[in-house]
Write a protein that binds this ligand. Sequence first.
Ligand SMILES: *Cc1c(COP(=O)(O)O)cnc(C)c1O
Length: 379
Amino acid sequence: MFKRYLLAPGPTPVPPEVLLAMAMPIIHHRAPEFLPLFEEARQNLKWLFQTKNDVLILSSSGTGGMEGSVTNFLSPGDKAIVINGGKFGERWLKICQAYGITPIEIKVEWGYAVKLEDVEKALKKDPSIKAVLMQASETSTGVAHNTKAIADIVKKYADTILVVDAITALGVFDIKTDEWGLDVVITGSQKALMLPPGLAFVSISDKAWKFAEKAKTPKFYFNFKKERENLLKNQTNFTSAVSLIIGLREALKMMKNEGLENIFNRHSRLAEATRKGVQAIGLSLFPKESPSNALTAVSAPDGFDGQKIYKELRERYGITAAGGQDHLKGKVFRIAHLGYADTFDVITAISGLEMVLKGMGYKLELGKGVGAAEEILIK
Ligand SMILES: *Cc1c(COP(=O)(O)O)cnc(C)c1O
């Protein structure tokens, strides 16, 4: 027997309640039985996003929501600031390039959060910039950028919208879509929403909808205006991912029962315990500032291969965490604690890490990391 533990920053584990709901026989997406299910999911999404605006439900992974958020609001030749502090920031660059949007890159050293004055300066220098594209939580480095502070800057520019990839932020820490004035907020199903991969969600402000009226970038499948028209009839433009939406309804019900504040506190507690645990083993966190509560990126100790640590966790102990990406490959590994995660997921991760490191010849006292995590988790 080999029991598996999924502790990656997406896909994340799916609770049994949600799995069972998704096992229901397929119902037709235009049939009357589907409408109330869709309606409930729709309303609860607004609650999760802390918005009065409609939240689009797209059949795609999170990147589809990102791509649609470029094609629906911008035109070829438009300029957009891209906050690039990791793999997912880079994705904004690539999407812009694919559609002829001119990216103005704010390059952020991996492991750091963007400097607010850099955003301020870039906008001041060129007020014709149409959008600022950012990550609330950069999953490749485990760093959270300061979404609220960036929104405060962008808000001052009537002709600029803020587009937030909140894929490992929403449902992890506080993202006040309406109160902070976030124009476009994107998330995906397979992270904090505790669902299988396959859905993307996008909330859109009135300011952003005005951009949608003028955007000339070609699009077909991800047509946000058509999605919004259909949403008002409790439908999606094309065939809905029926089972995923039924799962979504269940997952949101669970999240509502827990409450936003409790969800954020749980993630904060798990993140804190993980950080304390790995540090007690003698390892250091990769983020130099502003670590995200979604996951912990850990620097591999000198002389030890981070890729090997991640592989050993999986192959010897059945724990799927994540390695490092690009130039961080081998230097970093990442432990997630978002979505359907609780106390013993952290203990599993830290315990597995201790055993793997010891097996690789790293000097440590078994249980020390686990003990440090427990000190936090017991509170
Ligand atoms: C997971 C993730 C995405 C989306 O990736 P998909 O594979 O398309 O779901 C985008 N941004 C961030 C920050 C992510 O963590």
